[in-house]
Design a protein around this ligand. Sequence first.
Ligand code: GLN
Length: 304
Amino acid sequence: MTVRELFRKTVRTLRERGIPSPTREARLLLGKLLATSPARLYLFWDQRVPEEDERMLQALVEERLLGVPLQYVLGEWEFFSLPFRLRRGVFIPRVDTEAWVEEAVVLLHFLSGKRKQLVGCDLCCGSGVIGLSCAFFVPGLVLYGVDISEDAVALALENARFLGLEERVTFLVGDLFSPFASRSLTFDVILSNPPYVPVASWEKLEEGIRLYEPREALCGGEDGLEVIRRILREAPRFLREGGFLFIEHDPSQKEAVAELGEKSGLTYVRALRDYTGSIRASVLQLGRERECEFSSDATTPAFT
Ligand code: GLN
């Protein structure tokens, strides 16, 4: 069979079995098989596929048809234009997060010109996408990542090496800030995509997510705010004066985040929207330094 024939056959199979974007998925799966990007597939169009490779693709397609999320079948997923390895049992990065990470990168660049040494923390780091993207694009950043899952931390470390960032990043297993309590470490910026889905909403998520993604990475208790509450309570102890906390949450949780943050002595700086226009994250600050100000209604940060 040629690549073209195998591609068409794969699209057909995926479509018949109700996979929502069969063409896109087939392109990604064949791209993986041929170790090329989906956009370059056509270069191989008339090439014959060895039977062994055909069988390998068949195995991937079958996994997908069982309901395994595509990201796990591929074992690699792009985030913020960077390649990340991914495995079952570790949270799948969402495009919603990229939108606010972009703003964090801009802020970090601004701060790196102002502060001697810039230290950041990615709390609930999962595969490490948030912290590693920031470290990749902000050369002065020293980054710590924490996750309660050993699998996640091992994967984040692999990703750090994969991106050549291992000298500036440290990943630790622990419950939120616990690994830092004895190190007297404080941060210029804390970034977090904690679990925030209420139990009742989690139960309604699609089966592939419920079966294969770790519940603890998504589910934030009864009201979804259990972990967020703890982060907002503990963050001031681990932020430097003027330090920032970027925290992802459900659009409906913005008021709660602002209130909990202010109760804990943090200033609510601004809400950040995802690409659908929903408020998906908030920025809070310990104290309020003049050197850097996010205006509350800007779509991009304004520094004064
Ligand atoms: N955005 C994810 C979802 O709604 C949840 C992410 C999270 O809990 N951190 O599926």
